[in-house]
Structures are given as structure tokens and as C-alpha cells.
Design a protein around this ligand. Structure first.
Ligand SMILES: [Zn+2]
Length: 420
């Protein structure tokens, strides 16, 4: 192990301190940040960054915290800037305040009964990763709230990296920009993120799950709306006249490929998901989510939808069918491939830290994916937490330590190999 007991203790203390501050975001709120209380953690982090010698540490009006650690290499203007990002807010759907962390030392491999609600049990059967953590220090909530390892594990890890670098001036590193963001959980995590001002050449979100995970792919996502216009007539006198948009809509939904639905797909398989239907005889609107890992597959599914909609249009004389497709986000791999170093160096850093890297494709989107298309290539790295968005959330302290080691190795790889 690269880092010693001192930092292990530090990560734990930081983590426990951060999770006890309520930073739940709010889906309904229109303000930024969506909840003012997120700034409470932001203010603490600014102070702690300053204590670590990050003199430009600041929180902006949106609650984002930024800070810079200057490079200590001698390569002058060739030196790159690497961004490390984590989000301060926690999931809105499960109670996130008054977290009482439960620290289990030397975990014995059994099911974990949570102390605040004994009906809540983290079962080994449902959490096979627990068997990889026997002997570790495991942290959970008391079973009545979230833990908030998503993503305060990431914050504690990044802060400990800075602390390690403060103590080890001989450890060469590039310029490091740190960013702690708000409102990730409500999908607004980079709404006010200023890529220009952040000024990193490449960045990483430290917001993934199990040891070794490196996420470099997300879905390509579109949404489609099908509008079906029929003709309503008094049903007693409708023969040969009524054009029923309700029947047409149900025919369309029934005609969709059954092997490309969310409930019938996994892994890298694409889907076409009718998730809302609204209307009556004269007008029905169906909303779809279209998801795939490649643009070709995405367009392919959209063509299928168009063809089926056309068939339905032809099956009812006098019916009008219109489709509108809108882009939501794209697979970040399209962008990450533009400079393979950003993922390759992460893989190399994992191996250097004696971690088996595991590349993963996310069946969803991430803030990093949006940053990629805003001009900052940002894959996602593991932070060590499991069961995100649940009162069964848990994290291994040893995995958090491995994250710190991997981040340090990552800075080392960029110092050795990353030049403009
Ligand atoms: Zn997260």
C-alpha cells in the first residue's frame, strides 16, 4: 500500500464529517442550487481547501466549489491541468438528513443488520461485493437514511489526495483543478459549470461504484413524441366517419419490437420505451425514450418507430400521424475517443495502484458525459460506494483508500506522459 494509516484515518474522518451535513437536492426546486443547505458543505470545503494550502479556494453563487493546486514539475508551459470532480448533493428520493453513520470494523462477512431499523438488512446474497470486503471497515447509515457515499466518498478521496500532496512535496504532479458541484442528482450538476473558467485539459468525476470501475460510455439518448390526430363523431352515428386516435395509439404501441424494451434488454442492448400516453378519440400523444450505445442503433430504432407509425397511419383512413425526435444526450465515448489518453491513463493508473480495472458502459447519462460535449473530456472513476440511492448504501474504507492511491497514480501518469 502506498498510503499509510494516517491517511486511512483521515479519509474516514473526512467522510464521516461530510455525510453528517444534509445536502439533499430537490427535484421540484427551480433555484440554483436547488437547496441552500448544499452551500453549508460548500463553505466547509472551501475552509478545508484553504487549510490544505489551496489559496484560491472559492464557492460561486451556484454553490460550486473550485480550487487549484499548482504543478510542481519543471516542464513549464507544457504542463497539463487535470480536473478532479465530485458532487456534494445527495439523492432527493430517500431521507438524507440526520445521517448517523454506522462504522463496522473488521467486517466478518455476515449480513449487516442496520442499528436504527432492524428490518433493514444488507444481505450478502444481494451484495456479492461484500465478500470481497471481509476484514475491511464498512460504513453504512443506521438504516433510516441514505449514507451519502454517493458522492461524499468521492469528495473525501479528492480532499485526501490534496492532503497527501501537501505532505509530500517531492511527489510530482500536474496542475490540479478541483471542482465540487451541486445538484447532480436532479440532473443539473453542470448547468452552471464554467468549463472555460475551470481550465482543465482533462477531468475525471470520482462518482462510480465498486473497486476498479472506470466508466467511459453512456447511452446516446433521444426522446420521441408521436402525435395522432383522429376525428371524433357521436358514437351512435359514427359508422364510416369516426377516426379513433385511441385505437390507433394502442395499435402503434402493440406494434413495437418486443425485444427492444427496457424490460426486455440489458448490457449493451438498445431500447424504445413508450413511457407516457395521453389523449382521446380526436387526439392522442405518446412519448418515447430512445436509448442505444451507438448513433446508428439509435437512428435504427427511430426508423422502426417511423415505419410502424406510418403503417398505423395507413390502417386508418383520415388519420394523421406526426413524429418529433429531440436529442437528450450522446454517448461520451464518441468524444473520449478523440483523445484516448484520458481513459488509457486511468487504466494504467489503476494497474499501477494494483487494482484490476473494469471498464463499464452506463445505461444512462452522467455529468461527465455532458462535460465531454461541453469540451472537457471526463470519464467516471470508482469511489467505492454501493447501493446508491438506498438506505442500504455502504462503502468500504479500504476501497476509498484504493481510490486515493489510484488518483495519485493517475496524477503520476499524467506527469510522466501527458504533454501538450
Ligand atoms: Zn453520484
Amino acid at each position: 500500500m502506498m498510503i499509510d494509516e494516517k491517511y486511512m484515518k483521515e479519509i474516514l474522518e473526512r467522510f464521516l464529517r461530510y455525510v453528517q451535513i444534509d445536502t439533499q437536492s430537490d427535484e421540484e426546486s427551480k433555484s440554483s442550487p436547488s437547496t441552500e443547505k448544499q452551500k453549508e458543505l460548500g463553505r466547509l470545503l472551501v475552509k478545508e481547501l484553504q487549510d490544505l494550502g489551496i489559496s484560491d479556494a472559492e464557492m460561486d453563487e451556484w454553490g460550486y466549489v473550485y480550487g487549484t493546486l499548482d504543478a510542481n514539475t519543471k516542464s513549464g508551459d507544457k504542463v497539463l491541468t487535470i480536473g478532479l470532480l465530485a458532487h456534494m448533493d445527495t439523492y432527493f428520493g430517500v431521507k438524507g438528513g440526520q445521517v448517523k453513520p454506522n462504522v463496522i470494523e473488521n467486517y466478518d462477512g455476515n449480513d449487516i443488520v442496520l442499528p436504527g431499523d432492524k428490518t433493514q438488512v444488507i444481505r450478502v446474497q444481494e451484495n456479492p461485493n461484500l465478500t470481497r470486503c471481509i476484514g475491511h471497515t464498512i460504513i453504512t447509515s443506521d438504516g433510516t437514511t441514505l449514507l451519502g457515499a454517493d458522492d461524499k466518498a468521492g469528495i473525501a478521496e479528492i480532499m485526501t489526495v490534496l492532503s497527501y500532496l501537501k505532505d509530500h512535496k517531492d511527489f510530482l504532479h500536474p496542475r490540479v483543478r478541483v471542482g465540487f458541484t451541486t445538484d447532480e442528482e436532479v440532473g443539473r450538476g453542470v448547468e452552471h459549470f464554467n468549463v472555460q473558467k475551470f481550465g482543465a485539459d482533462f477531468a475525471y468525476t470520482v462518482d462510480g461504484g465498486e473497486l476498479g470501475e472506470i466508466e467511459d460510455e453512456t447511452f446516446c439518448a433521444d426522446s420521441a413524441t408521436v402525435e395522432i390526430i383522429g376525428l371524433d363523431v357521436h358514437p351512435g352515428y359514427a359508422k364510416g366517419k369516426m377516426v379513433n386516435a385511441v385505437r390507433a395509439a394502442s395499435m402503434l404501441v402493440e406494434a413495437l419490437p418486443k425485444n427492444a424494451l427496457p424490460e426486455t434488454t440489458e448490457g449493451r442492448e438498445p431500447y424504445l420505451h413508450p413511457y407516457q400516453i395521453q389523449g382521446d378519440v380526436s387526439k392522442t400523444v405518446i412519448k418515447f425514450l430512445v436509448r442505444a450505445f451507438t448513433s446508428e442503433e439509435l437512428k435504427g430504432l427511430e426508423r422502426v418507430l417511423e415505419e410502424r407509425a406510418k403503417d398505423v397511419g395507413n390502417a386508418f383512413s383520415g388519420l394523421r400521424v406526426a413524429i418529433k425526435v429531440e436529442e437528450s444526450y450522446k454517448n461520451m465515448k464518441e468524444k473520449l475517443d478523440e483523445d484516448p489518453r484520458v481513459v488509457d491513463f486511468a487504466l494504467e493508473a489503476a494497474r499501477m495502484a494494483q487494482i484490476e480495472p473494469k471498464r463499464k458502459a452506463i445505461r444512462g447519462g452522467t455529468d461527465g458525459a455532458r462535460l465531454c460535449f461541453m469540451g472537457l473530456l471526463t470519464p467516471n472513476l470508482f469511489a467505492g460506494g454501493q447501493n446508491f440511492h438506498s438506505v442500504h448504501e455502504w462503502v468500504s474504507l479500504e476501497w476509498m483508500v484504493k481510490s486515493v492511491e489510484m488518483l495519485l497514480c493517475l496524477l503520476k501518469v499524467w506527469t510522466m506522459k501527458g504533454a501538450r
